[in-house]
Ligand binder design. Structure first.
Ligand code: PEP
Ligand code: MN
Length: 266
């Protein structure tokens, strides 16, 4: 039987030779807490620190974030340690305020289809082209995600990073099901870089290293990892946050994998 010619498989994981890590606590809780993580991140030669100032909590009685006080703490730490800062903006009314304090703006999973927020972020960052890290919703398809990017880009900012953070499935062993296939699928369909948030799908810190290594191997352009100086007393997402020592050990492992792929972790 004659064989049909099958085109060679392109390497959908190769996009950049740098893999950026966005590490930091789930919530900014105090200057001392945030600076301790900033010192760790800087010491590892990484460039970005994340932290929540306005928190999208399921229960309104849970810690809601320190708001503008957290933005101030982030800006000070960014300047002191020479790091770029990333935080979530939840409300259209806060877009300008947040953009004035930090380098990157995050759209959280719960605002995946908050189109007025996406438009406002596009408008507010049209001149600065600050990075917008746009997370996938729990029940959002990749097609819906890529379509909605235009709400940001049409208003003037194409500096978008798409962040897969796990979706809802029937599985309950993990907090969310990480869709690792989002990396090659998006690389095939768009030019936007793909970030994998490994902390929120894991839900438990002992699962984080395996997901992070898988993300690097799958060709992710960046990773998000939550790190807290003392996770048992964290005001949000304690069980999934790594200690600075655990994070340092993981970065060392990720650097070995990245090297095999001809990439470096920054
Ligand atoms: C977060 O990054 O802290 C967060 C709340 O993420 P998500 O929107 O993915 O739940
Ligand atoms: Mn969190």
């Amino acid at each position: 039987m004659s064989q049909e010619a099958i085109p060679p498989i392109p390497d959908l994981g190769q996009r950049t030779d740098e893999i950026t890590i966005y590490a930091g606590p789930c919530s900014v809780e105090s200057e001392e807490q945030f600076n301790e993580v900033a010192e760790c991140v800087k010491g590892l030669g990484l460039h970005w620190i994340r932290g929540g100032a306005f928190k999208p909590r399921t229960n309104p009685h849970s810690f809601q974030g320190l708001g503008e006080e957290a933005l101030r703490i982030m800006k000070d730490a960014g300047e002191r340690y020479g790091l770029l800062t990333l935080t979530e903006v939840m409300d259209s009314a806060h877009c300008q305020l947040v953009a004035d304090y930090v380098d990157g703006l995050q759209v959280g999973a719960r605002n995946f289809q908050n189109f007025s927020l996406l438009k406002k972020i596009g408008e507010v960052t049209a001149d600065t082209h600050q990075m917008v890290l746009y997370k996938r919703g729990f029940a959002g398809t990749i097609a819906e995600w890529l379509a909605a990017c235009d709400y940001i880009s049409d208003h003037g900012n194409q500096n978008i990073v798409l962040c897969e953070r796990g979706i809802r499935t029937f599985e309950t062993a993990t907090r969310f099901t990480l869709d690792i296939a989002a990396v090659p699928v998006i690389h095939k369909q768009s030019l936007y870089p793909v970030c994998i948030d490994v902390s929120h799908p894991a839900g438990q810190r002992d699962l984080v290293p395996a997901l992070a290594k898988a993300a690097v191997a799958a060709g992710a352009d960046s990773l998000m990892i939550e790190v807290h100086p003392n996770p048992p007393v964290a005001l949000s997402d304690g069980p999934q946050q790594l200690t600075p020592a655990q994070f340092e050990a993981l970065v060392a492992e990720l650097r070995q994998i990245a090297e095999v792929l001809g990439k470096k972790i920054v």
